[in-house]
Design a protein around this ligand. Structure first.
Ligand code: NAD
Length: 420
């Protein structure tokens, strides 16, 4: 029997013992996980820094603090979520008492990406463990220091028969996908999402697919330009733009576009100084392959700010590009890096012709003081999640489902949605 099969068999035996459904046992494991994350804060930061110079403060809010609040939220609500829920009877089955029981799926496979390599690996694990499953977690091979750190932290808390971390890349994931799972939770790119969906279909295994897309950011003429620029710069250049819900491109009303660009330049300067390469607040592109992919997008574009790179360190400056062609490399698909195209619109028809030319995005942002305009856009376009007058912050609320629609994903998680 292969090593993997043996691990899975042990997990099945453990699952059948009923232990994973013992709420005190689960809560205790989650408390240990929280404690371990806190105790290992420096170790976590070091791994993230080694992988792509993730700044400490960024890591604190986007990798560390968010997991602590997720665990707290789950611990507070788990007893309530796991109780059978009584629903009203119907005329047909009166006088019955009707209940919905929740039950774990069983063996869950979690496959994680590299961009928030700690948080996006651990967050689905919290959901899966809370709901009483066993887990095999496959972190991204691209951020190897974080993957090793995850394995070492988790093995001190969980028996292999409850949670096992398998390291590796495509060959290892391919082998994992040949096994029969009760649930697969995948975060990553759309093409690999299709591979996962196909593998899952063989056994009709349910999936959550957390994918990506081209997230529009619409800015009208009523906004406070300084504040808007500040929030756009934060959302776009956090993690050097390597964020699935980062603004991908700006569509600014043509009356304020030039002023917005000036404010964006000022805010980039304020956040990262004259030379972002020496800023302690600016991370690197994860590897040479991705740097090359991004710099190729800048060919034949009008760069307003940035654009310079350093291959010795996988550095790419925060970059603004003016009005790229819609059929350019930059506007072809998800950018996933620190390049922000600024386009303009005159009418709502212009917005529609651009936004609707792409698949349904994961994130959607509108900046406006005009409530009717905001509501009409929210109603008109289909997207995973979003914000008005801000970017990305919806991810900070575990009471909101996080997930995509259409090509940006299937299903949602965090908090109760993750438990479900
Ligand atoms: P990726 O799809 O290349 O890799 C994700 C995982 O899949 C990794 O663990 C990798 O080892 C595995 N994998 C890669 N190729 C595979 C193959 N051929 N067969 C089986 N497994 C394979 O994604 P990435 O580069 O790590 O992450 C970037 C992408 O993820 C972006 O598109 C981004 O939008 C998306 N993303 C989405 C979310 C979300 O929550 N929706 C969050 C972060 C990233």
């Amino acid at each position: 029997m292969s090593r993997l099969k043996k691990i899975l068999e042990n997990q099945n035996v453990f699952f059948e013992s009923g232990k994973t459904r013992d709420i005190n046992f689960i809560k205790n494991k989650l408390k240990l996980l929280k404690k371990s994350i806190i105790v290992n804060e420096d170790v976590i930061h070091q791994a993230l820094y080694k992988d792509f110079k993730k700044p400490k403060f960024e890591a604190y809010i986007s990798e560390f603090g968010i997991l602590i609040s997720e665990i707290d939220h789950v611990l507070k609500n788990l007893s309530k979520w796991s109780k059978p829920k009584r629903v009203r009877s119907s005329k047909l089955n009166f006088p019955s008492k009707d209940y919905i029981y929740s039950e774990p799926y069983g063996a869950v496979l979690v496959i994680a990406p590299w961009n928030y390599p700690f948080q996006l690996a651990i967050s689905p694990v919290i959901s899966a463990i809370a709901a009483g499953n066993t887990v095999v977690l496959k972190p991204s091979e691209v951020t190897i220091h974080t993957a090793d750190m995850i394995k070492s932290i988790l093995k001190d808390i969980f028996e292999e028969s409850h949670l096992y971390v398998e390291l590796g890349g495509v060959p290892e994931t391919t082998l994992l996908l040949k096994e029969r799972w009760d649930y697969i939770f995948f975060t990553g790119s759309v093409p690999v999402g299709r591979i996962i969906a196909k593998a899952a279909a063989v056994n009709l295994t349910p999936v959550t697919l957390e994918l990506g897309g081209k997230n529009p950011c619409i800015v009208d003429e009523t906004v406070d330009l300084k504040l808007t620029a500040k929030r756009l710069v934060w959302g776009k250049f956090l993690n050097a733009g390597q964020t699935c819900i980062a603004p991908d491109y700006i569509l600014a009303n043509n009356r304020i576009k030039a002023d917005l660009v000036q404010h964006l330049k000022t805010e980039i300067f304020k956040a990262y100084g004259e030379n972002p390469e020496i800023s302690a607040n600016y991370p690197r592109i994860v590897n040479a392959k991705n740097l090359q992919r991004l710099t190729a997008m800048l060919e034949d574009t009008e760069i307003l700010v940035g654009g310079n790179s350093n291959t010795s360190d996988n550095y790419l400056a925060p970059t603004l590009v003016n009005n790229p062609k819609l059929d350019s490399k930059l506007m072809e698909g998800e950018i996933f890096g620190p390049i922000l195209p600024v386009l303009d619109y005159q009418t709502e028809k212009d917005i529609e012709s651009i936004v609707k030319s792409y698949e349904k995005p994961l994130g959607f942002y509108v900046f406006s003081k005009n409530k009717a305009f905001c509501n009409s856009l929210i109603q008109k376009y289909s997207f995973g999640g979003g914000a008005v007058n801000d970017t990305m912050i919806h991810f900070g609320n575990p009471r909101l489902p996080f997930g995509g629609v259409g090509e940006s994903g299937i299903g949602a998680y965090r908090g109760h949605f993750g438990y479900e």
